[in-house]
Design a protein around this ligand. Sequence first.
Ligand code: BG6
Length: 512
Amino acid sequence: MSTNKKEISAANIVIFGGKGDLAWRKLIPAFYNLFINGYLPKQFAIYGVHYEKMDEKAYEKHLLDGINTFSRSGKAKKNDWKKFATRVFYFEGDFTADDTFRRLGEVLDKNDKAWKTRAVRLFYYSVSPRFIEPISLLLSSQGLANETVHDRIVIEKPFGSDLQTAKELNQLLTRHFKEKQIYRIDHYLGKETVQNLMAFRFANIVYESIWNHHYIEHVQITVAESIGVGGRGNYYEQAGALKDMIQNHLLQLLCVTAMEPPVSLDEENIRNKKVDVLKAVRPLTKTEIAKHVIRGQYGEGTVNGKKQAAYRSEKNVNPKSNTETFVALKLFIDNWRWQGVPFFLRTGKCLEKTSSLIVIQFKPVPHNLFDSKVMTDTRPNQLIISIQPEMETTLLFHAKEPGVRLQIKPVEMDFTYKESYDTPVPEAYETLLLEVLEGDAAMFMRADQVEEAWKVVTPVMEAWKKETPPRFPNYEPGGWGPKTSEALIKPQGCSWTLLPENGILKNTIRKK
Ligand code: BG6
């Protein structure tokens, strides 16, 4: 969490895969917005390293096109872009060749000399996993990233494809860099609403004091997407929803929701508390996996009126694929705070709408004074934290309806970003890239955290390998996944909570 304490004076930023999709859609627009908002240091240069031949002008045009299409601040202003473009360079080079790193080293050293300081070096691996090893080896053997205090590498997911490969990846990285230099990025942790969860929980006494098994009945974490896998069939076939979303984004949300208060905002304190959550997740047994883990795959249909091909007909997908595009599961956290509280996690593609929510379902009052005529809706209090696309926090509680006769109805109390702030909300990558530049790893995953997250999903992966695959496809696009996912939560006496588009929770009265 960037606390304005660690501003730096100079930075050399190197993006391996500088012409790739991530750089185009996310990284360069994020750096551009940091630049126009005055967050980049006075001295900086960005190098997009890529193996293709490309001239500087063509690269600039490509990046400008990316900014104009994807930047949250809209089309680049001519003057701003001109200034930014003078700091961005195309750097042709093979990620596996000594020569690339030798030349790169010379350029970075030259900048340091001109800037009269040893600049922070940020090396972003926006590359396929097979390049992680050669890049790391060459960065360290050519001495480009040997200063622990100044030099950082950023690694994108997937962090391995199971516990074993994650361990190997961690060992590989720590052969070349100190753990302090390694930033394993999960962009969910940069989302404004997720960062706010720390403030929400630890800057307020009211919620923290009821944030435990005495008051909370269960917790739901949903990350639903209306889009399918699109052109990512190749990758997705190897991943599936469990590895693509649960192992990282949803477990990270679980950590922020369930962690103990850290002693300070120091990165190690925060990361220790998150690791504790994952360590306390009760390992799923074979029987529990059969009962408490639901998987699904979308068939053909429509989402929001648009035709959607079945997963098995998507590009680069095996027509008999058993890869899951939906997962819902129930976990328990075995510690004092959360004993007996189920955590329901669910994610899927081609669902009715894109919506990420954390729902805290409180317990009913111990003794209800109001009979069913007075209080027709007795649902217990609910706190709904909407991460995206709506950014709001809603508390559902009961109130007396005005009138001479006693009538009690649920109402909502809302905090919405739109109504509360005029300031634009940064993209997750902006926040996280600034944190890397300023050397704050609190919102990045430490090696042990990644491994613990793999431990949570490993029993599921193993059980699925042995089980006869389910009859896929088993859900229609545009709905909420397989019917069995409702059955998972039903014993709690409720269903998955949604935040309908008009912002009004079912059966509640709200006047705007
Ligand atoms: C990525 C997954 O990490 O997160 C994608 O690989 C998914 O499959 C994406 O679509 C979701 O991110 P966001 O920010 O759009 O919710």
